[in-house]
Design a binder for this molecule. Sequence first.
Ligand code: G3H
Length: 251
Amino acid sequence: MLLLVSPDGVEEALDCAKAAEHLDIVDVKKPDEGSLGANFPWVIREIRDAVPADKPVSATVGDVPYKPGTVAQAALGAAVSGATYIKVGLYGCTTPEQGIEVMRAVVRAVKDHSPEALVVASGYADAHRVGCVNPLALPDIAARAGADAAMLDTAVKDGTRLFDHVPPDACAEFVRRAHASGLRAALAGSVKQADLGPLTRIGTDIVGVRGAVCAGGDRNTGRIQPHLVAAFRAEMDRQAREHAAGVPAVN
Ligand SMILES: O=C[C@H](O)COP(=O)(O)O
C-alpha cells in the first residue's frame, strides 16, 4: 500500500520532504477551498521542485462542478505544473454519466500532454450528505472514462471518517470493483492508524492522509509533522507484515 500525504503549501511540503523516506506520493491541495481544493499552479511547481525527484507529486483539481470543459482545463493546468497524479473530486456530478463525461475530458486533456500521468477519479464516502454520485459507482466511472484509479475521500471534514460512511465491507467491494477493472483503489477520509488493518486486508493500493499526520490530528490548525508521517508508515509496515504472515486481525 502506498502512502499519499497532502500538504497545503510549500512549507508543509518541505516537512514532507524531511519524511520522504516514509511516504510515496506528495499530494498538493488547498484544504481551505474544500476537501479536494485545488492549489495554485505555481504552488504545484514549487512543491515539485521541493520534494525529491523520485517522489511523485499529485495535485487535486478541486471539488469540481459538472463542467467538463472547465475541469479538463484545470486538470491540464495541474499536469503542466508538474503533477503526475491528477485527482478530480466529482462533487458536482449527480449521476455516473455526468462523472464519466467529466473524467473522459480530463483523461484526454491530461494524457494528450503527459501520457505517463495517472488520472484519479475521486468520489466521496459521504456523498449522501452532499448529493453527489454514489461512492460505489466510482470504479465504473473511472474505468469507463479511461482513468487509472478510483478514489474515495470524505466531502465534509467534521471528524467523521471513511468507515463511518462506507464500512470496511463496502470499501472491500470498492477495491474489488476497481481491481476487476484494472484500476488502482485509493481510500482516504480522516483515516487513522486504527484503520490501517482493514485497509491493508482489503487490498487498498493507496491510502491518503492529512489530519492523521498533522499536530493534534487536526488537518486545519495542525501542521504536518515528519515524526507523525514516520509513525504512520511504521504502522502501515506492521500491518503489511502481519497480513503477509497471516496473523489474525485484531482490528
Ligand atoms: O487525499 C487525502 C486527504 O488529504 C485526506 O485528508 P484527511 O486525512 O485529513 O481526511
